[in-house]
Design a protein around this ligand. Structure first.
Ligand code: ADP
Length: 161
């Protein structure tokens, strides 16, 4: 049984992440989307909010589960008896960081491999930070995130949540 972990901040989940989740869940027997609880970053959404949003957008995919984690990614991978880490690659700008990350992980956990999925061209420009920036200035984010996620972002910036 091939089990993969797709880690990230997902602050919030975009159509780009969603595309990677759909494609990797079709290749793997089980996919664990792992939401990083990183105390050094100040996210817009709490880890619980990010997990719940991901649960909602993946509820039609029976082999996908969503969990949060802190500490070392490879420890989470090993604890969950997973074989591979999934990462998305959008552009060459992602490459250097992703290469460094996967090579480091390989040194500290040689049995864990990283699989890269290239972005769907439609979403190659898309990032959570861009979405937040547009939303902050009241722009239309409907092309980037699910409608109910867009609503949650709007509510955040309006100070309602
Ligand atoms: P991180 O802070 O770990 O990079 P993100 O939530 O920004 O967390 O991204 C998680 C993963 O999803 C990363 O591998 C990133 O490259 C990938 N990703 C983000 N946006 C897209 C996109 N539009 N298309 C494909 N992959 C993406």
């Amino acid at each position: 049984m091939a089990v993969a972990v797709y880690p990230g901040s997902f602050d919030p989940v975009t159509y780009g992440h969603f595309d990677i989740i759909g494609r990797s869940s079709a290749i793997m027997d089980r996919l664990i989307v792992a939401v990083l609880n990183n105390s050094s970053k100040t996210p817009l959404f709490s880890v619980e909010e990010r997990v719940n949003m991901l649960i909602d957008v993946t509820k039609h995919l029976p082999n996908v589960e969503v969990r949060s984690f802190d500490g070392l990614l490879v420890d989470f991978v090993r604890k969950n008896h997973a074989d591979v880490i999934i990462r998305g690659l959008r552009a060459v700008t992602d490459f250097e960081y992703e290469l460094q990350l996967s090579q480091t992980n390989r040194v500290i956990a040689p049995q864990v491999d990283t699989i890269f999925l290239t972005t769907n061209l439609k979403y190659s420009y898309l990032s959570s930070s861009i979405v937040k920036e547009i939303a902050m200035y009241g722009g239309d984010i409907s092309a980037f995130v699910h409608p109910f996620i867009a609503e949650k972002i709007r509510a955040k910036f309006a100070g309602n949540q």
